[in-house]
Design a protein around this ligand. Structure first.
Ligand code: FEO
Length: 392
C-alpha cells in the first residue's frame, strides 16, 4: 500500500495487518489491525508521527522512499507496534530528532536501545512549528501506558491520538465508513487495554475539550472524520453508569452448573434484567471484556475442580479483576461433588473490584428445588439492587 493523502501535505503511511489474530499474545483480533503512521510536511520542517510494528517495517520504509528529509519523529507511545521501526527510520534519516514525553524517552532507551542523544523530550503543552503547520503535544498518561501523549495539528484541527480512540480493524478504507462496526471494535479495544485506567482517561478526555477537533487520526484502525461520536462513546464508557446487565461467565463439566446458569438467566430475564452468558471454553475473551464495560453485576458460574474453581473460571475472575470494570455487584454459582474452597478462592482473586458480594449459590451435584429457589432469590436480589440504582 502506497502512502495516502489525507489533506494537503498530510499523509497516512503504515501497514495493514490483515492476518494478525492475537495481540500481546493475549488479545483476540477477529478483524486484524493496522499500524498507522502519518507524515506532515510543513513549509520548513517535516515530521513523521509514529512508525509500525517491526515485522512490517519494510512497508513503511518503502512508503518513505521518495521522502527527502524527516526532521522529527514524533513517538506518542513506546509500545513496539508504534515505536519498533524508529531505529530503522533513524538509519535513513540520521539527523531526525525523536520527540517524546520524558517518560517515553527512558522507556525507548530500554526497549529499543536508542542512544539518549536522538531524543528531544517535550513537556505537556509544548508547541513545535513546522513552518506553516503547528503541533501541540498533549500528555495523556495511561492511554494505556504511563508515557503516552497525543499531538494536535492546529491549522487542520487534526488530533493524532495513537492508541487513544483506536480500533483493531484491517481495512482499505482510510476513513470510517461503517460506524457500527468501528464502534464495536473500538469498544473491544477500550475494554481490553484502557478500562483499568478509566479514571485517568476521563481526565484526559477533559483535557481535550478546549481543542477544536475536526478529525481524529489514531494509530490503529480508521480515521474519524466525524469524531464526535467516538469521543461521546469514550465519555460513556469511562463516566457513564453501568447498565442493567448481568454478565455470566461460566464453565460446566457435566451439565450441573450449566443447568443453574440457564435457570438464573431465565429468572433474571423474568425480573427485567438483561443477561449475557459466556461459556468460557468457547468464548472470545474480547467479547467478554466488552460486556464488562457495561455490566452492573458479574456472576461467575463454576464447578469445583481439585477443591477450587475450574481454572477457566479462575482465568475469567483474574481477567475481570485486572480490567477493573465499573461493576457494582458480584456473585458465584456452581455445583460441587464433595466440597472445596471455590468461593474463598474466587473472592481472593477479585480484590480490585469495588463490588458488593451477593450470597453465592453452590449445590452438591444436580440442583434441587431449594437450589433453584435460591437462584430465583439471587435474581430478585440483583433486580432490586439494579432498580435501586436506577440502572437502565
Ligand atoms: Fe498500539 Fe499500546 O500499542
Amino acid at each position: 500500500m502506497e502512502k495516502r493523502k489525507i489533506k494537503d501535505n498530510i499523509y497516512w503511511l503504515g501497514a495493514i495487518d490483515w492476518d494478525r489474530r492475537l495481540f500481546d499474545s493475549l488479545i483476540p483480533l477477529p478483524d486484524g489491525t493496522s499500524y498507522n503512521a502519518y507524515l506532515i510536511k510543513g513549509s520548513e520542517k517535516t515530521a513523521l508521527l509514529d512508525t509500525v510494528d517491526p515485522p512490517m517495517e519494510d512497508t513503511l520504509m518503502e512508503q518513505l522512499r521518495g521522502v527527502e528529509k524527516i526532521d522529527y519523529i514524533i513517538s506518542h507511545h513506546a509500545e513496539q507496534d508504534h515505536s519498533g521501526t524508529i531505529g530503522r527510520v533513524l538509519e535513513k534519516f540520521p539527523g531526525a530528532k525523536v520527540v517524546v514525553t520524558p517518560k517515553a524517552k527512558n522507556m525507548l532507551m530500554d526497549l529499543l536501545r536508542l542512544d539518549e542523544s536522538v531524543f528531544s523530550p517535550v513537556e505537556d503543552g509544548d508547541v513545535l512549528s513546522l513552518g506553516d503547520k503547528t503541533l501541540t503535544f498533549i500528555h495523556t498518561p495511561w492511554v494505556h501506558w504511563p508515557e503516552t501523549m497525543v499531538t494536535y495539528l492546529e491549522q487542520d484541527r487534526i488530533l493524532f491520538s495513537c492508541d487513544f480512540f483506536g480500533s483493531h480493524i484491517a481495512t482499505s478504507d482510510l476513513f470510517v465508513t461503517d460506524p457500527g462496526r468501528v464502534y464495536e471494535a473500538a469498544k473491544r479495544y477500550f475494554a481490553e487495554i484502557m478500562m483499568p485506567f478509566g479514571k485517568v482517561i476521563a481526565k484526559n478526555l477533559e483535557k481535550l475539550k478546549p481543542y477544536d477537533i475536526d478529525m481524529i487520526a489514531p494509530s490503529h484502525g480508521q480515521i474519524y472524520d466525524q469524531p464526535g461520536w467516538i469521543m461521546d462513546a469514550y465519555d460513556q464508557w469511562v463516566n457513564g453508569a453501568p447498565k442493567n446487565l448481568v454478565v455470566l461467565p461460566f464453565v460446566s463439566m457435566h451439565g450441573s452448573t450449566r443447568q443453574m446458569v440457564d435457570h438464573l438467566a431465565s429468572a433474571l430475564t423474568d425480573q427485567g434484567v438483561r443477561v449475557e452468558l459466556f461459556n468460557l471454553p468457547v468464548t472470545d475473551i474480547g467479547k467478554l471484556a466488552m460486556s464488562l464495560v457495561d455490566a452492573a453485576t458479574i456472576v461467575v458460574g463454576t464447578p469445583t475442580v481439585l477443591a477450587g474453581p475450574h481454572p477457566m473460571a479462575a482465568y475469567a475472575a483474574f481477567l475481570a479483576n485486572a480490567l477493573r470494570p465499573k461493576t457494582k455487584f458480584l456473585s458465584i454459582l456452581g455445583s460441587y461433588g464433595w466440597g472445596g474452597k471455590t468461593v474463598e478462592t474466587l473472592a481472593s482473586m477479585t480484590g480490585n473490584l469495588k463490588v458488593e458480594v451477593l450470597d453465592p449459590v453452590l449445590c452438591k451435584g444436580l440442583a434441587s428445588q431449594s437450589d433453584f429457589k435460591a437462584l430465583d432469590d439471587m435474581a430478585a436480589a440483583i433486580a432490586k439492587k439494579h432498580k435501586d440504582l436506577d440502572l437502565v
